[in-house]
Design a protein around this ligand. Structure first.
Ligand SMILES: C[S@@+](CC[C@H](N)C(=O)[O-])C[C@H]1O[C@@H](n2cnc3c(N)ncnc32)[C@H](O)[C@@H]1O
Length: 419
């Protein structure tokens, strides 16, 4: 069945809106914006002055998601006019490959209904849009809903405009979701702040470049054992520097394993909690999960960095003006997911490997045949960027999780893209 589905999908002519380097963006009204571009620096400086150095996790959380000055909270940071570009933004092919993975794995186990697609950190909504389009093409949207886990009110408005004919903010304080709408394809869309709040039904969890945005703690080996790297005020107001904690912090005691030997390492407790929630939900209510991000298998060291206008930037300079990110530790993520034998995991495999196995070369050829001059150029550029070893091809990894109860089925019919 999967072969038929693939060839049908790969040859489809139903859609050839090849996106140019930056997709067409919607504009949304700004709200709650700090007008002062040094707002975050001042805020952090006062906080550190009052309470002492803060962890990198606290620093990262404030800078990315502070309601007034947080990087994600009040502007569109994606695309050529923003600070970085992601695969779903580059080209429709990426979303199509992810969609066909979801469709295939969901069909394989009998197309359970009702079901929801849950996207964590949907950015501009491009990936969800591509997934809904493919599901609609295969007439699989009956009994489907879309749940988006998004912390940014600005981006949730953008997602609403991209995905829905109309969407409304929910003002009832006890509501688990803060916004709802109906997608152009007719499915119900709801926005949640926390993954814990998404409905308890069969779920296809998708997380693309989500875990790399979650706060990390940084640790350094010293002659007295591991110590935490903290952010302290520098002499000049609004300037910061790294310091090493004098003693073991709670994070050192909680997260450093006795077998650890790296000189430097990073751990994201929020990522471990999130994947733990995914495992719980997969075990209790059924589903599938696909995590894609740049990352390593557990050998990574110092990867914390910032991006501004597509260039590397010092994370301590003008906080709030640049994206902060760290490579995802897939080894640790997988370990947390597998705890208690609730799920089984496949991967991580490289993006190049996953997309190749999903048939991206055939899809590329099919699209190239119907594209015109400029479109072919854009298509080729996006394809190379996603697949090239020096670009995203090797740095990005894919991990999938399925409930442990499906072990026999996946032994017989392996999870596509990973076998
Ligand atoms: C790097 S962007 C990735 C966007 C999109 N997945 C893509 O690949 O284009 C991270 C996304 O996660 C959201 N985000 C960051 N931290 C979050 C959190 N703690 N809870 C929910 N969403 C978060 C951001 O607002 C943004 O939509």
């Amino acid at each position: 069945m999967s072969i038929n589905l693939y060839s049908k999908m790969l040859q489809q002519r139903f859609y050839c809106r090849i996106k140019y380097f930056s997709r067409a963006y919607y504009t949304v009204k700004n709200h709650n914006i700090a007008k002062d571009e040094n707002f975050m620096a001042k805020q952090l400086y006062s906080r550190i002055k009052a309470t002492g150095p803060i962890t990198i996790a606290d620093y990262m959380k404030e800078i990315l998601t502070n309601p007034f000055g947080g990087f994600y909270m009040h502007k569109n940071v994606f695309g050529s006019s923003g600070d970085f570009i992601t695969s779903p933004e580059l080209c429709q092919m990426f979303g199509e490959m992810v969609a066909i993975w979801c469709l295939n794995e969901w069909s394989k186990i009998g197309s359970p209904k009702p079901f929801q697609i849950v996207e964590l950190g949907p950015g501009t909504g491009s990936l969800s849009q591509d997934i809904l389009r493919v599901f609609q093409q295969f007439k699989c949207l009956n009994s489907c809903s879309l749940s988006l886990v998004e912390v940014s009110p600005y981006l949730s408005n953008l997602q609403g405009q991209r995905l829905c004919l109309k969407s409304n903010n929910i003002t009832i304080p006890s509501s688990p979701f803060y916004k709802e709408g109906i997608a152009k394809e007719g499915v119900q869309v709801r926005w949640f702040k926390r993954i814990e709040d998404v409905p308890d039904v069969f779920s296809i969890f998708i997380a693309h470049e989500f875990f790399d945005a979650l706060p990390i703690h940084k640790f350094q080996k010293t002659e007295n054992g591991y110590r935490e790297v903290l952010v302290d005020n520098d002499e000049k107001e609004g300037h910061f520097r790294y310091v090493i904690s004098r003693n073991e912090t709670p994070a050192v005691k909680t997260y450093i394993k006795p077998s650890e030997c790296r000189d430097h390492l990073e751990i994201s407790p929020q990522s471990l909690l999130t994947v733990n929630t995914i495992s719980n939900k997969l075990e209790s209510f059924g589903g599938l999960a696909l995590v894609a991000d740049y990352g390593h298998g557990g050998e990574g060291t110092d990867t914390f960095r910032a991006f501004k206008k597509h260039k590397l930037h010092d994370p301590l300079i003008q906080p709030g003006s640049a994206d902060l990110t760290a490579d995802v530790d897939f080894g640790r993520l997988k370990e947390a997911a597998l705890e208690g034998d609730r799920v089984i995991a496949f991967g991580p495999v490289t993006q190049q490997d996953f997309l190749s196995k999903m048939g991206i070369h055939q899809r590329y050829k099919a699209l190239e045949k119907i594209a015109s001059g400029k479109q072919i150029e854009a298509l080729r550029m996006s394809f190379n960027m996603m697949m090239d070893e020096e670009q995203m091809g090797k740095r990005f990894k894919f991990l999938s999780l399925v409930p442990a109860v499906l072990e026999k089925i996946v032994e017989k019919y392996p999870v596509v893209g990973f076998s």
